[in-house]
Design a protein around this ligand. Structure first.
Ligand SMILES: *[C@@H]1O[C@H](CO)[C@@H](O)[C@H](O)[C@H]1NC(C)=O
Ligand SMILES: *[C@@H]1O[C@H](CO)[C@@H](O)[C@H](O)[C@H]1NC(C)=O
Ligand SMILES: *[C@@H]1O[C@H](CO)[C@@H](O)[C@H](O)[C@H]1NC(C)=O
Ligand SMILES: *[C@@H]1O[C@H](CO)[C@@H](O)[C@H](O)[C@H]1NC(C)=O
Ligand SMILES: *[C@@H]1O[C@H](CO)[C@@H](O)[C@H](O)[C@H]1NC(C)=O
Ligand SMILES: *[C@@H]1O[C@H](CO)[C@@H](O)[C@H](O)[C@H]1NC(C)=O
Length: 482
């Protein structure tokens, strides 16, 4: 039962990383008191539901010549405690519960078999109620060598104000004479048992769950996001923060990018349940990995253009304007051909986030060929290109959307096999290709949204997005739909 409670708490404030101070990190999360209160509420409801329908396993025992069976035990009442989880600055979390109560009904049967007395047996039913149960435990959180969270329970204390036992049936009047002594024993045993059991559950079950939390997630078919913890979470009185690597690798090649995460600007807000800092380092490591594995190359032919725009790549025009009419020497040298473009990124694309927006720069080479009648390719020219664009980002639910606008393109023609060409025509061609092929493709991806690495059981409510120096901050309330 407690395991469920601990687990739900973990899912909500540590598991929400299944998704990101000192050392620089690629992303960071902040969970506030509001988040913790919400996690506590959800976990308490789950725990209460579990206890109310809890069926206690039958007990068979033999103690000092008394053989007994306790059967058909069931919970008949549960008083939900006032439960509270708070941050323990510098250490972890503290869970306290006040005034819990539980009552149970069950049947018993016993048999005394001692040598010097005749065998005695009896049976009946009993009611037991425990009330005024107070409980407190600390959970110290850390990080293991693999960047997964660790948990250790400490300082458990438990108090019970009363235990009441009533027997019914058979010799009940006799047993009830002695129930006071039994109540004392149960009270003492229960106090220790609860602390032992919760401590074990946290250390063993909780520890096991955390030790098996994923710290990487595949992005598409080629990339891997590594979001292991880089250091012990930081616990403050009103929030906790976790620091994650936030580096994107090529799948199967976890070579670190040769640059460090930036220092992300901070905000002091603690109103929302959770804050997620995503630095431009994540994009930049993605760009680096893609560049290193020659992923940023693309060939564009007429087939990639919308049907009514394909004619632009003809060297001989039939009706309207085409490259051949813009660059007459092209039509002369390579008639009846279509131009193909090979795009190569020259350097990893880079992103810089500022409060103004997401600025993306990339650059590379575009090589133009003419596909001739005999299907051979003739080299035409190379173009050195740099592109700068601003991306508008927004958030809805657990998806971040992006839209490219405002593209600045700089082009220089080099090594032309068809003599000097006017830059304006080339600019027009490349702009056209960007506007009709690449940008719509990227925007299409951006419109679908990029999923944040959160578990499917957590929904973002009231989310908004803020741009800071070197980071996007997602501010959100949470809704757990376990
Ligand atoms: C692009 O086309 C060139 C020939 O023009 C070819 O060598 C290259 O493999 C193609 N690249 C891709 C990614 O299709
Ligand atoms: C371009 O060339 C193709 C085939 O060579 C032809 O079918 C098409 O009509 C041409 N388009 C223009 C606008 O010249
Ligand atoms: C180009 O195609 C047209 C029509 O198919 C043909 O009349 C013309 O001779 C061709 N020109 C060359 C140089 O192949
Ligand atoms: C970004 O997009 C939103 C929603 O479409 C729009 O309101 C906002 O003005 C855009 N920002 C910029 C800088 O264009
Ligand atoms: C293009 O060439 C001009 C002059 O040679 C140079 O100043 C400019 O930086 C070049 N642009 C690119 C994108 O290489
Ligand atoms: C959303 O924000 C409003 C205003 O701050 C708040 O009252 C509401 O509880 C929030 N919703 C959730 C699900 O937290």
């Amino acid at each position: 039962m407690f395991q469920q409670y601990i687990f739900i708490c973990c899912v909500i404030f540590l598991g929400s990383l299944e998704i990101v101070n000192g050392k620089s990190t690629g992303f960071k999360t902040r969970i506030t008191s509001n988040g913790l209160n919400y996690a506590n509420k959800v976990a308490m409801n789950a725990l209460a539901a579990k206890i109310r329908t809890f069926s206690v396993p039958d007990q068979h025992g033999d103690s000092g010549g008394v053989e007994y069976d306790l059967t058909n035990m069931r919970v008949t009442g549960f008083t939900e405690p006032q439960s509270n989880i708070v941050f323990l600055p510098g250490a972890g979390l503290q869970w306290t519960a006040h005034g819990a109560g539980v009552s149970m009904h069950g049947d018993f049967h016993y048999k005394i078999h001692k040598k010097w007395i005749p065998s005695i047996s009896g049976s009946g039913s009993f009611d037991i109620s425990v009330s005024g149960l107070d409980f407190s435990i600390n959970m110290i959180l850390g990080v293991d060598v693999n960047g997964r969270p660790t948990i250790a329970a400490s300082g458990c204390s438990c108090g019970i104000s009363s235990v009441n036992i009533k027997f019914h049936g058979g010799w009940a009047w006799l047993y009830n004479l002695f129930s006071g002594k039994l109540e004392d024993t149960v009270k003492k045993t229960l106090k220790n048992k609860i602390c032992d059991s919760v401590t074990t559950q946290i250390n063993e079950e909780g520890g096991k769950k955390l030790a098996s939390l994923p710290v990487t997630v595949k992005l598409g078919r080629r990339f891997l996001l590594d979001y292991r913890l880089l250091q012990t979470p930081n616990f403050q009185p009103s929030y906790m923060e976790t620091f994650h690597k936030g580096e994107i690798f090529w799948l199967g090649d976890e070579t670190d990018a040769p640059f460090e995460p930036p220092t992300m600007a901070d905000i002091g807000d603690t109103q929302k349940m959770m804050y997620l800092w995503i630095s431009d380092y994540m994009f930049n490591t993605l760009g680096y990995a893609a560049q290193m594995h020659n992923y940023l190359v693309r060939n564009i032919t007429a087939a990639d253009l919308p049907p009514d725009e394909r004619g632009i790549l003809n060297t001989t025009c039939t009706s309207f304007i085409c490259l051949g009419s813009l660059i007459p020497q092209l039509q002369k040298a390579f008639p009846n051909s279509t131009v193909e473009l090979n795009l190569f990124s020259g350097n990893p694309p880079t992103m810089t986030i500022t409060s103004e927006g997401l600025n993306v720069r990339c650059g590379g080479k575009i090589v133009l060929y003419a596909r001739q009648n005999d299907n051979s390719l003739a080299y035409l020219m190379s173009i050195i290109a740099t592109m700068e664009t601003t991306v508008n980002v927004s958030i809805a639910s657990e998806l971040v959307y992006g839209k490219i606008y405002d593209i600045k393109l700089l082009l220089n023609v080099t090594n032309s096999a068809v003599g000097p060409v006017a830059g304006g025509f080339i600019q027009m061609l490349i702009n056209n290709v960007l506007k009709t092929v690449l940008i719509p493709k990227l925007n299409e991806m951006g419109q679908k949204g990029f999923p944040l690495p959160v578990t499917g059981k957590i929904r973002f409510i009231n989310s908004s997005l803020r741009l800071l120096q070197r980071a996007v901050v997602i501010e959100t309330d949470l809704n757990y739909t376990g």
